[in-house]
Design a protein around this ligand. Structure first.
Ligand SMILES: O=C(O)c1ccc[n+]([C@@H]2O[C@H](COP(=O)([O-])O)[C@@H](O)[C@H]2O)c1
Ligand SMILES: Cc1cc2nc[nH]c2cc1C
Length: 569
């Protein structure tokens, strides 16, 4: 990166108190060629009765152009998701303070402690810290996916002696980590000292991992993290936005179709989106040890449905033939012998079924690694066959797999079993209660490995989920857009985003399944589903249900007259 050849979209401005960081950020926006609509987000909020503070805020306001809109809010993530012009966030230290306040996470007598910070008491409550972690993740996600140009101002507070209080140490560590996470995905990072600025230059090999985990997770988290998503061509997205704004319609009137067009053009690296020439669906199948206790259907359906997909008679085949997609089915862990089918179905098989995730590991860690790698290989095969796929879909098939998806989602997002467990194929109440208990036990078993993708998959996943995660991580690393399906594939996407932090920028959420874990994971990834059809089938069907909408986005971007053609002013 370094000195920019491409437009700077995300900039982090760091500095101590009175270092000149706010002035630098504001001047930088003033000097932009096309700033668009500028929103200034004041994260501090009012302080009733504090005259000195009010005076300071007044001075800052006077400095800013009257056309800038000021929003006093700590919900920065929502602003970033909604904004399209330029946003200044002032500042992250005050934002973090508000988040810790709201969660009640300071807890200085015995609180605010995380493993590794040298504290000597019990931590702030797990729930409070989970709330803080979730708010930070949400902000980082919104930063990553925002289509606005964003300048984030933050304090560099890590240079003094170790703070005396636990609350001080907690704040220093959280802010330092947040600054790193945003900087890892920024186009430019500058440091302000005494009114001077220092460009911190490109990320280097010795720079910490892009998405450095919280310290308490770092021991396990490093092992399987390795990928970096391919860079998205932001210039193409900008050009597509300009093109769409100039079409014969009021600006913005095609709503989500416009956003999808911009998204696709950015991923295709072209000034206008083009129709996918082939959408390749890979349906990944496996059986699960808990199936008999947690599904409305017998495990034997998995193998029967693999055969149905292989002979082109499943729902996914119907949708694929309607919308010009191709379908392959792969057995990663079906508990039946399918070797009479084409070798391409079974060539990546890792094992037959899994252990019961409520009481034993689903598989070994070697098997988890092998399955992740198999998913990567299967994705690359979609690129080397003829014609190569330029849009990808992973589908799932496996009785019991919504229990696995719920457990993975709960473990990764820190949610209770009740919040993530749904009825899957349509279980009755007693089965739902039993299923919820299984998910709760699995989440507990996975607690220590929740940030380590391969260990997590070995503990409470399965070879099919692991292959889906590898497949999706590889789409981002190869720079090929993908459409996500329902709750199972999106749980695998959460794992893929751990394998390849930032991968979700390559994915479009096809639909919203009725399963509660699906909404939780989509929110976490910052993805808004294209359609909501109350579907809950899997196989990739929800992704293909969105394909005609994606094609509609391309159609309007490429077939319409422009406003200029109308000769109206
Ligand atoms: O994708 C979804 O959101 C989805 C929701 C509910 C069920 N499914 C499919 O149904 C099967 C799993 O359901 P269950 O009740 O056996 O866990 C599996 O084959 C999935 O593909 C899929
Ligand atoms: C019949 C059937 C088909 C499926 N396809 C995906 N999951 C499924 C579950 C069942 C039960």
């Amino acid at each position: 990166m370094g000195v920019r050849e491409v437009a700077v979209e995300k900039i982090v401005v760091l500095g101590g108190a009175r270092s000149g960081k706010s002035r630098f950020a504001e001047n930088w926006v003033r000097e932009l060629d096309k700033p668009g609509h500028v929103v200034y987000v004041a994260t501090a909020g009012p302080r009733p009765g504090d005259e000195e503070w009010a005076e300071r805020v007044r001075r800052h306001q006077e400095r800013r152009p009257a056309s800038w809109l000021t929003r006093e809010t700590s919900d920065v993530a929502s602003v970033l998701r909604e904004a399209t012009g330029t946003v200044i966030v002032e500042c992250l230290a005050l934002w973090l303070t508000a988040v810790l306040d709201a969660a009640g996470a300071w807890n200085d007598d015995g609180g605010g402690h995380r493993e590794g910070d040298g504290g000597d008491g019990a931590g702030a409550s797990e729930t409070a810290m989970a709330q803080v972690d979730a708010a930070i993740d949400e902000l980082v996600q919104a930063w990553r996916t925002s289509s606005a140009r964003v300048v984030a101002v933050s304090n560099e507070v890590g240079w003094g002696i170790v703070p005396e209080t636990r609350a001080g140490r907690l704040f220093r560590d959280l802010l330092g980590t947040l600054n790193q996470r945003l900087s890892a995905e920024a186009d430019r990072v500058v440091l302000c000292v005494a009114g001077r600025t220092l460009d911190l230059g490109p990320e280097t090999a010795s720079t910490p991992a892009r998405h450095e985990p919280p310290e308490s997770h770092s021991e396990v988290a490093g092992q399987a993290r390795r990928g970096v998503p391919a860079p998205v061509d932001r210039d193409s997205g900008d050009q597509a936005r300009e093109l769409i704004d100039g079409l014969a319609k009021p600006v913005g009137s095609l709503g989500r179709l416009e956003e999808i067009g911009v998204w696709l053009a950015g991923r295709q690296g072209a000034p206008a989106p083009r129709y996918p020439s082939r959408t390749g669906v890979t349906v990944i199948a496996g059986d699960h040890g808990i199936a008999a206790d947690a599904s409305a259907y017998p495990a034997s359906v998995t193998a029967a449905m693999v055969r149905t997909v292989a002979t082109g008679q499943a729902a996914i085949n119907a949708l694929a033939s309607e919308h010009g997609a191709t379908v392959r089915v792969r057995d990663l862990g079906v508990a039946s012998d399918l070797s009479d089918l084409s070798t391409s179905v079974t060539e990546h098989k890792i094992r037959s079924g899994t252990g019961r995730i409520d009481s034993e590991d689903a598989m070994t860690s070697d098997q988890a690694q092998a399955a992740i790698e198999a998913g990567r290989v299967m994705m690359r095969e979609e690129l080397t066959c003829s014609p190569p796929a330029d849009m990808l879909v992973a589908g799932d098939l496996g009785i019991g797999n919504t229990t696995i998806a719920a457990a993975l989602t709960g473990a990764i997002l820190g949610l209770d079993a009740e919040k993530v467990t749904g009825r899957g194929t349509g279980v009755d109440d007693p089965t739902l209660w039993r299923k919820t208990e299984i998910v709760a036990a699995a989440i507990d078993r996975a607690h220590a490995v929740r940030s380590d993708p391969a260990a997590l998959l070995a503990t409470i996943g399965g070879p099919d989920l692991a292959a889906m995660a590898g497949f999706l991580a590889e789409t981002a690393e190869q720079g090929v857009p993908a459409i996500l399906d329902g709750v199972v594939v999106t749980a695998a996407a959460l794992v893929a985003d751990l394998l390849t932090p930032g991968a979700s920028t390559w994915w479009l959420a096809g639909h919203r399944s009725v399963e509660p874990a699906h909404t939780a994971s989509l929110d976490h990834l910052g993805l808004e589903p294209v359609v909501e059809l109350h579907m809950r089938l899997g196989e990739g069907t929800g992704a293909l249900a969105a394909l005609p909408i994606v094609r509609s986005a391309v159609a309007v971007c490429t077939r319409m007259a422009s406003l200029a053609d109308l000769n109206v002013s």
